[in-house]
Write a protein that binds this ligand. Structure first.
Ligand code: FAD
Length: 359
């Protein structure tokens, strides 16, 4: 069987599949288009910090070593810590990741198999798990004039460091953790404002990502039991990692602006019609699932998602999807959250495959 992807979601699935498939006549291959381990973390900006501490940022079986987070003088691991951890995770469990291999398409092949077409040949599989994340499809909202704006436009996925913005008038668009972390450092060197739909919600300084997971877990359980529960904190709330805390204390995260009405050749038009000159826009506006390789199966809806029960495609029962967000499992787009979806998926995949005649 084939897992498409080689980031944290694919590794979590690979870990559980190795255990579930011991008694099945099945081999697994993880196909990843990246040249090395780490998935989307390879493209994170230079100062990127997790919003969750080390013990709440681990895949199944092997904890992100605490000292990695502590090395950075506080409990929030750095991007490079995660890259090192995912590399070690692959080695530790000898996960069969093949790279770089780009999966171009998945098609039906007879009654019981799917054909996975790649840039290095085709492979047939009784089961396919898509774990390709969202990083390949950065999302920027439609804003009139975006094409005529002559300044710098950059999505957070392309952002690396603040130097390119020194001395410029910059808008950072998006009120989540990415927007907060990037604004925190850009505002130190530029005249930067924060474009948000509503005032961002900062978690108290002593509250970090683990509280978000606890709150989200309580909400998930309540929903499963048919109960309503007030949401004290959400996964979109902003964790005050040290650079954010410092920028906030210095008053640099308080210049909120409403959503942009339009861009012009040299600036921005606000909803009240006023215009202002700006030099750059950094879009911290998220991602969408990158599932174009599933087009031949006809399972991807207009919203870019696949209809699933749990993580299994309803229209194509040989296909599972892991790690894309809440629609493929509660908190599944996080390091600590993907384990639950990965385990359930591996069990279903194993149950759908033939049992080995020899134990
Ligand atoms: P990815 O890491 O994107 O891996 C998918 C892999 O599949 C990639 O290697 C990609 O190249 C490959 N691929 C894609 N298409 C194909 C194809 N057609 N053929 C072959 N290979 C393909 N989570 C936390 O738990 N804590 C945090 O603090 C945290 N902070 C975050 C901060 C930012 C700024 C962002 C963007 C995310 C953060 N996350 C955090 C969320 C999450 O951990 C990442 O989004 C994570 O990288 C998703 O893992 P994934 O394996 O699903 O996807």
């Amino acid at each position: 069987m084939v897992v498409i992807g080689g980031g944290q979601s694919a590794l979590a699935v690979g870990y559980h599949l190795a255990r579930e498939l011991r008694k099945r006549e099945a081999t697994v291959a993880l196909l990843d288009r990246q040249p090395g381990p780490g998935g989307a973390w390879r493209d994170g900006w230079d100062s990127l910090r997790l919003f969750s501490p080390a013990e709440w940022s681990s895949l199944p079986g092997y904890l992100l070593p605490r000292h990695l987070g502590d090395r950075s003088a506080d409990a929030f691991p750095h991007r490079d810590d995660v890259l090192g951890y995912l590399t070690a995770y692959e080695d530790r469990y000898e996960l069969p990741v093949w790279r770089p291999i780009d999966v171009r398409a998945v098609r039906r092949l007879g009654d019981d198999r799917l054909l996975v077409e790649t840039d290095r040949g085709d492979v047939s599989a009784r089961a396919v798990v898509a774990a390709t994340g969202t990083a390949a499809r950065p999302f920027t909202p439609h804003v009139p004039g975006r094409d005529v704006f002559g300044g710098i436009q950059m999505h957070s996925s392309a952002y690396r460091s603040p130097e390119a913005f020194a001395g410029l008038r910059v808008l950072v668009v998006g009120g989540g953790n990415s927007g907060a972390q990037i604004l925190a450092e850009v505002s130190a060197v530029a005249d930067a404002s924060w474009v948000v739909e509503r005032e961002p919600r900062f978690l108290p300084e002593d509250v970090d990502g683990r509280v978000l997971f606890d709150a989200a877990t309580a909400r998930y359980r309540a929903l499963q039991n048919g109960e309503a529960l007030e949401r004290p904190h959400g996964l979109g709330d902003i964790v005050q990692v040290p650079p954010v805390r410092e920028a906030r204390a210095a008053g640099r995260l308080e210049s909120f602006r409403p959503p942009i009405a339009a861009l012009t050749a040299s600036g921005v038009v606000w909803p009240d019609g006023t215009e202002e000159r700006i030099d750059a826009v950094i879009w911290c506006t998220g991602f969408r699932p990158a599932l174009g390789f599933l087009d031949p199966l006809g399972v991807v809806g207009a919203d870019g998602r696949v209809a699933v029960e749990g993580t299994r495609s309803i229209a194509e029962p040989r296909l599972w999807l892991v790690g894309y967000g809440e629609w493929t499992g509660f908190a599944s787009a996080t390091l600590v959250g993907v384990g639950r979806s990965a385990r359930a998926t591996a069990r279903e995949v194993a149950a759908a495959l033939p049992t080995a005649s020899v134990p």
